[in-house]
Ligand binder design. Sequence first.
Ligand code: F0G
Length: 437
Amino acid sequence: MSLPQTVQRCERCGNEHAEGASSIECTACGGLLELVHRVTVDAAALKARFDARLSRVLQPDVPPVSPERSGVWRYRELVLPSATDAEIVSHPEGNTPLLVRRVVSDWTGVDGLLMKHEGHNPTGSFKDRGMTAAVTQARRIGARAVACASTGNTSASLAAYAALAGLPALVIVPKGQVAMGKLAQTLAYGARTLLVDGDFDTTLALLRAAGESLGLYLVNSVNAFRIEGQKAIAFELLHQLAWDPPDWIVLPAGNLGNTAALGKALVEAKRIGLIGRLPRIAAVQAAGAAPFATSFANRFRTHEPVRAETVATAIRIGDPASWSRGVRAIRDTDGVVLAVTDDEILEAKAVVDAAGAGCEPGSAAAVAGVRSLIRGGTINPGDRVVAILTGHILKDPAILLDYHAAPGRPHSRANVPVEIPASLAAVEAELVRLVRR
Ligand code: F0G
């Protein structure tokens, strides 16, 4: 009998489960699962396949919804090799740009800082990469409904992909703590949305307790298939760099799903031979929601959840669910974990925004983290560094207006709007001031 192409393996007890098993936890011990794929193609052949698919993205003969157009399914041998085109639920997603902005490089102190802008995904965040894989799997196993707890981006993404798949979606979010753009999207895409008095950690605990009752398939990043899709950020990034890895990849960290996915992707890419050495991961938390950074400072000897508070609501998480996977990603890549203050996040965001790139507050933590690591001497100015911008600027419009247009003393980089009378003279006076600047 031939070996299966993919199995689900428990990260805690090592028990293996079939790829199509519907429980998102190990049924033997309750541990988190990870997918293990048998890759039978060598690195050179894989690269040739990835190149061929990339070259077909703009070809008119490729159907509009073909997985060939997706920046996740381009790497399907490493994501979910057994999924057929007909099974795949794809927007398509990925194909996000690498940006360089002089002012951001100067502000951080890194020559030519690269920003992988995941806000260019269809629902405006990196979550779409994991979601295409998880909703594909939900359909393959015949789930009756899909569900997640969220700080906003996962719920928006799930709502959109569930609509695409024709599956009912249930989301639970902390009331009053989700940025406006994300909540608005989630409602508009049609997910049944429950607002709970409590924080993200409470909502996730509630949903996990509800378990798999009534055929509900949980697609938070504890779900192994989400992690597989999210790995494609790393594959696409390395592909864009012609498989010449950067020295550092810096990303914001909340529930640690993305940190885990990046670590798993890099280790696999190295093992297969797609890259010759591992980049180091730097995971950046908000100071008010930094249990992982605190634990790292103790060499991961401690694990203390906190009550989270930060302006970056995306990463307002005090008890990260993918903790053990996050630790592994940092250890495997000789990575670091650090915390940055809300003031640093807001300043980094203002710099990225004013450069015309723009991102949401949680994403700006990565850029603030780069500057902090340069100042502390961990990253050198000449290192090749990529910061992952995880979400779009319009996810959180309220924070933008608060920064730039709220009454009172303006922020240091605020672009305060000017009220003028409806007269040509007033416009001309402003124009003169503008060009003299
Ligand atoms: N950046 C953004 C914009 C996010 O929305 C999140 C997580 C993160 C970074 C952190 O990623 O949790 O994998 O460490 N948002 C989740 C959500 C929690 O529900 O949308 P992580």
